[in-house]
Each structure stands twice: as C-alpha cells, then as structure tokens.
Design a protein around this ligand. Structure first.
Ligand code: NAP
Ligand code: GDD
Length: 364
C-alpha cells in the first residue's frame, strides 16, 4: 500500500536533500513541513519523522518567551553542518509567509497541526479561533497551489466535529459541532476534501479522537488532573477545581496517533480516517484511575467550579477506527487506565526534578 517515489536531489536553503522510495532499499530522506511543531503532536511527529530519516522543517510562531520546550531535545542550531531539523518563524494567519516557506522548502509532505486547539478558549476567542483553526487551513492549501509545489497534505481534523452526534462515531457519522473550535475544524475538513476534489491534491483528514501524553498542555483535563495529582501527593496543593465530570471521551496515547498521521500520507490514494481507541471513559473515571495510581481518593480533593463548564458541551465521543485498522494497519495499544498511569508517573517525576533543581525535560 505504500507509495512509490523516484530518487531526486535538490537544494533547500543550505541543505542538499535526497529523496527516494524506501521500498527500493535506497536512502530515505523525504522532506516534511509541520505546522504546530511546538505542540504536543508536532513534537512527537517531528521525532517520528526524524527517526525515519526525514528532513523535518517546523513552523513556529514568534513568542516573547521560549515556546520550544517540547522540541528543545531535538533542536539543531544553524551552526550544525548537516541539519535535519530546521525551524522557521511564520504564522497560519500570514498567507504570504506560507507561500514563501513552501516554495523554499518544497516538502514532500505537509502536516497541518497548528491551531488554537482549546475548545473552552474558543468560546472566549471565537474570531481568532476561526482565523487560525479555520482560515489557516485554506491559507495553507492556497499556499500549496500558489507555490506550485507537488506535496501531500495532512489536515488535523477532530472528533469534536461530531459534537452532538451520538457514539460510536466513524467516517460516515454526520458532523454536529458544538463550539467555535469545532465549527472551524469542520470548515477545514471540507476545505481539505474540496481541494482534493477540485485540484486533485493528495490531501487527507485524520479525524483524531482525544489523545494525551506527558506533553499534553496543562489546561486540558487529563493533564490538569495528572499534574494536580502530583502536586497533591507532594503536599503543594490540596484542591483541584474541575467542571463537568460526566463527559465521556475516547482517550488514546499521542505517540501512537502521530504514527497514524504518517501512515495516511503513505497510502496510494488520499482518504479520510477516524483514529481512536474505541473505549469511552468519563472524566470521573479518569480521575479515579489517576488518583488511585498515586494512592489518593479523588473525592477528597476535587471540587466543582462552573467556570470550567462550556456554553454547549460535547457529551460523548467514542470512535470506531476499524477503517484505519483495516487500511492503514494501525491499532492502538495504550488505553485510558494505562494512559493515566503514564501521565501521573511523568508528572510526579517532573515535579520531583523541579523541586530538587534537576535538569528538567517535559516528558521525563
Ligand atoms: P497543541 O499542543 O495545542 O499545539 C498547537 C500548535 O499550534 C502549537 O505548536 C501552537 O504554537 C500552534 N499554533 C497556534 N496558533 C498558531 C498560529 N496562529 N500559527 C501557527 N501555529 C500556531 O495541540 P495538539 O494537541 O498538539 O494538537 C495538534 C492538532 O491536532 C491541532 O490542530 C488540534 O486542534 C488537533 N487535534 C488534537 C487532538 C488532541 O486530542 N490532542 C484531537 C484532534 C485534533 P505555540 O506552541 O506557539 O502555542
Ligand atoms: N479543559 C478542561 N478543564 N476540561 C474539563 C474540566 C476542566 O477543568 N472539567 C471538566 N472538563 C471536561 C470538558 O468539559 C470536556 O467535556 C472534557 O473534560 C475534555 O476537555 P478537554 O481536555 O479540554 O478536551 P476536549 O475534548 O474539549 O478537546 C480536546 O480534544 C479534541 C478532540 O476531541 C482538544 O485537544 C481538541 O483540540 C481536540 O480536537
């Protein structure tokens, strides 16, 4: 099922880059561009592609403080003679920068992971979310056209698009988005399908259900819980304030999910895939898993705060990923109880390192 590529060499900036088909046993040195490379998924995907021999270019946005914590361990400075990981300042709100970047890099694969990705925040910043998470995608697709390059595009679509449609959800389930974030993601989903149909682009949607890791942003519920567990265990806090505990999510492990993204771009034909574990767990159950693992009783520490409720909630997301299993050969190993253990252990280690002043890496 993997795609054939012919051997080519070319200059990208100061890099001499080779590409070939891995099935022919030659050098594998494809080039990829990742938007959102500083995020949870971007950092794991960059590692995966570097391991496969890719030259990886990452789009980062300018920040007044360092925003590269998740990728510092793979950073290669401009002084390194044969860099395979290169960062570029740009932004999904700046279409011209995207055209220039694509023209210079000429990537074989583009992974569009950049987004304002927080659902609750999207109610506070709906226009900004629409601009980055919605229009950002069409800017990137147009930039591919304008730069005249041949490339394969992965769009980070989301199970949030299913919203109010009851589980189990698969590729045929109708979308019923319940937030400005998911409305923007539906726009991006259809833009990707439209560019595939209209311009014959190899553009695919990965409809990923929630996936987490020790690198998950601290304000998403799983990480908020596991970080809270570590701090409660260490005596640094006593209470954890949360919103709706009844919501059900299908939580998988992020490193496994980026592998599914890559597999989608190696297929002979472009298509859209649901990626999920198939197991639904409530926020309350995840609390139990996480607190129990640290020998704590969650009911003694968790308090309700309506501030964390959403104006419209998504009650239950449970994915049916049988298409990905059948056509991509992708199957998840880590389910939510194991995930909670991995994240609690990592947060306990991270906090201990911070308290003792040891050198800290985010996923230790
Ligand atoms: P994340 O940790 O929030 O990372 C988002 C990335 O987007 C960060 O690198 C962020 O940069 C970047 N970004 C934000 N605004 C940008 C802009 N204007 N221009 C360029 N880059 C911008 O998200 P994630 O969990 O890795 O998710 C990756 C993608 O998958 C997102 O599109 C998300 O919506 C989607 N998704 C995630 C899940 C999930 O469960 N994790 C499920 C389905 C879909 P900074 O580091 O500078 O903020
Ligand atoms: N963040 C957060 N904080 N969520 C809480 C809290 C809290 O204090 N208390 C309860 N929740 C509930 C939310 O109401 C929601 O039902 C559930 O926990 C999960 O919330 P998040 O972890 O913020 O994730 P999400 O499901 O809204 O969105 C994530 O997954 C999507 C895929 O379905 C994000 O990663 C999105 O970018 C992604 O598309």
């Amino acid at each position: 099922m993997f795609c054939r590529r012919t051997l080519q060499f070319r200059y990208v900036g100061d890099l001499f880059v080779a590409q070939t088909d891995s099935r022919e046993g030659g050098i594998v040195a494809k080039t990829a561009l990742i938007t959102g490379v500083t995020g949870q998924d971007g950092s794991y995907l960059a590692e995966l592609l570097l391991d496969k021999g890719y030259t990886v270019h990452g789009l980062i946005r300018r920040s007044s403080s360092f925003n590269t914590e998740r990728i510092d361990h793979i950073y290669q400075g401009p002084e390194e003679p044969e860099r395979s990981f290169v960062l570029h300042h740009a932004d999904l709100t700046d279409g011209v920068a995207l055209v220039n970047l694509l023209r210079d890099i000429q990537p074989d694969e583009v992974y569009n992971l950049g987004a304002q990705s927080h659902v609750r925040v999207s109610f506070d910043a709906p226009l900004y979310t629409g601009d980055v998470t919605g229009l950002g995608t069409i800017r990137l697709l147009e930039a591919v056209r304008a730069s005249g390059i041949q490339t394969r595009i992965y769009q980070a679509s989301s199970s949030e698009m299913f919203g109010a449609s009851p589980p189990p959800q698969n590729e045929k389930t109708p979308f019923h988005p319940r937030s400005p974030y998911s409305v923007a993601k539906v726009y991006s989903y259809w833009a990707t399908v439209n560019y595939r149909e209209a311009y014959d682009m190899f553009a695919v949607n990965g409809i990923l259900f929630n996936h987490e890791s020790p690198r998950r942003g601290e304000t998403f519920v799983t990480r908020k819980i596991t970080r809270g567990v570590a701090r409660i265990k260490a005596g640094l806090q006593d209470r954890l304030h949360l919103g709706n505990l009844d919501a059900v999510r299908d939580w998988g492990y992020a490193p496994e999910y980026v592998d599914a993204m890559w597999r989608m771009l190696q297929c002979d034909t472009p298509d859209d895939y649901v990626v999920a574990t198939g197991e639904g767990v409530s926020v309350r159950q995840f609390l139990e898993f996480a607190f129990e693992h640290a020998g704590l009783d969650w009911a003694e520490h968790v308090r309700y705060d309506p501030k964390y409720e959403r104006p419209s909630e998504v009650d239950a997301l449970i994915g049916d990923a049988s298409k990905a299993e059948e056509l991509l050969g992708w199957k998840p190993e880590v389910k939510s109880r194991e995930l909670a253990r991995i994240m609690v252990d990592a947060d306990i280690r991270l906090l201990s390192d911070q308290l003792t002043g040891a050198a800290v890496r985010v996923d230790r």
